[in-house]
Ligand binder design. Sequence first.
Ligand SMILES: *Cc1c(COP(=O)(O)O)cnc(C)c1O
Length: 313
Amino acid sequence: MLLPVALPSPVMPVSDPDLARAGVELRLKRDDLIHPVVPGNKWRKLTPNLRAATGAGHTRLLTFGGAYSHHIHAVAAAAAAAGLASVGVIRGEELARAPRNWSLAEAEGNGMRLAFVDRATYRETLRTLATPATRRDLERRFGRCYVLPEGGSNALAARGSARTAAELADLGAHDVVCCPVGTGGTLAGIAAALPPGARALGVAVLKGAAGYLEEEVGRLHREGWDRTFDNWHIAHTHHGGGYAKLPAALTAFATAFEARHGIPIERRYVAKMLHCVHDLATGGALPRGTRVTAVITGPPPQARPRPPAAAPR
Ligand SMILES: *Cc1c(COP(=O)(O)O)cnc(C)c1O
């Protein structure tokens, strides 16, 4: 249905003089190469959900996101590739009349029906998503559908993400596996699949999410594994001011990393994670002898093959 291009995803060593001086080894787990149109952690998270949806006879996916959500974009592409209909409930009523940004234009180009709702309704719908009343409302409006939460992080998604860590057969006590954190599904999966001694480090890309994200990871662990784990941690120091913000220092870091190592770096998530790893290592916060495996959770949007964009309306 969504055949992978490369599994296990390749692991690529990186030689960086700053890290070498700090005694830290860095390698990249290239999940960005898994699939051309449903890349990275979105493929890991969506594949088990697509299987569950079609297994239960669903023909339509419905999910939630902001105007620049990678998740919305990926669900539209995955649904199109799997022959399913899709609905994206988008935060922000005013966007209905605005020209589409590239992400929403591509989602529409993949056949996704976009429904723009005001922020209060959006929040309330997500808050009550598990209730029969909200499900009935959604189905009345959009038809019978398989509902994915905002960001796509449910127990199946976290279990799909666990494969990333399970593919790393050589982990031990000096290993840290690092990933960006949007909703925490990817981090939850990685932490759950680590062998004893190895640790997971998530780098939050949202501002003001301390506490909330930790709760989400704990919830996903209970739902997916019936237990909690204490081998992970979230750094809240490198969101750069928020999801939509890309400070000059971050852009400069990402550009230099691309030039030095020859791989394209997605800015909203991956650059923030790599920047955090770099600062932790050069600041002496990682013990000498640490090996960091940074999961490249997706490519930059412009590196993907793009379907023709739908005309703004
Ligand atoms: C969506 C996304 C994330 C966030 O993953 P979560 O499971 O929501 O924490 C990280 N990296 C990239 C490139 C993404 O597109």
